[in-house]
Ligand binder design. Sequence first.
Ligand code: PMP
Length: 364
Amino acid sequence: KTLANEGVRNLSPYQAGKPIEELERELGIRNIVKLASNENPLGLSAKVKQALQDQLAGLARYPDANGYYLKTCIAEKFNIKANQITLGNGSNDVLELIARTFVSDKNEVIYSQHAFVVYPIVTQAIGAKGIAVPAKDYGHDLDGMLDAINDRTRMIFIANPNNPTGTFLASDALHNFLKSVPANVLVVLDEAYSEYVAEEDRAPSFQWVNEFPNLLVTRTFSKAYGLAGLRAGFAVTGAEIADLLNRVRQPFNMNSLSLRAAEVALGDTGYLEKSVIVNDTGMAQLTLFCDEQGLRYIPSRGNFLTIEVGEDAAGIYQKLLHAGVIVRPVAGYELPRHLRVSIGLPEENQVFIEAMKKILAEQV
Ligand code: PMP
């Protein structure tokens, strides 16, 4: 009982699925379609594959501890300074680093009711108290979050778009919120799905870090850039916060392959554009299907759609699995009637649609 703090004891482990090959063996199915982890269905680009090949020879050496080249590329692309950037082994790593650097076990951390699972994990691991603010229309209730602030509050996590709901906060609402948050409370704005949002709707969040020294913006290479398996993410903050984060950061938290892959992916605008087009097309395909079937869903600005399938969400998840489609149950996010479906290639989405049609027909 004394081996770990109460927060750690109360954590449940991250629910990762079985390896696909193992599932295929178990179910006797081939070519399972995985629409469960909001990955990029395009796979690695030829450019990234080549870059990885080219890196192999150097792998007996340690990676560049400061990620000099990657930071230079990020800074150039987003018109920020390299000393505002903190790199991570995926943005999960950055989120954890942020919590470890700034939060203590005396603190409270605020997030939304349907928040990304990593926020409670990193909060509780430190022994801090997580405050889940009830959602508003499945999204963040910003006023409710402001009301939840007290003397112990150290940090607020906001994902925009949010996972697993796909809800999106308009720039104005976010900006007003930031103006209302006390300066000693840090706001982590997690923009993992930012690239899927139309450019004119995106908040100028990297500029806002100059206006709000308590703002930390995180991004990932796992989604639109297609590098989920390589693990690459980063935070953009004021230089002072970046300096503090980089004191705590493990020097080799990004490996040589992911550093180089991220650099190449960043410059591969063709791939990025294609990712967004495939996502828009797939989103239209899935929402049309839902509309035709009278299935409700939460309008999403991410690369996934969270569909209300009803009371038997767990049963439908199992039926889909046996039909060769993996989606994500979200009961653990207080969405027991929904399933989250990642947008795949058109033919993958169609496999989901056909399987779902059959399941719905059997229900009648
Ligand atoms: N934030 C949000 C909101 C996410 O949905 C995810 C991925 N599921 C992440 C961060 C973490 O992504 P990664 O660690 O792969 O960068």
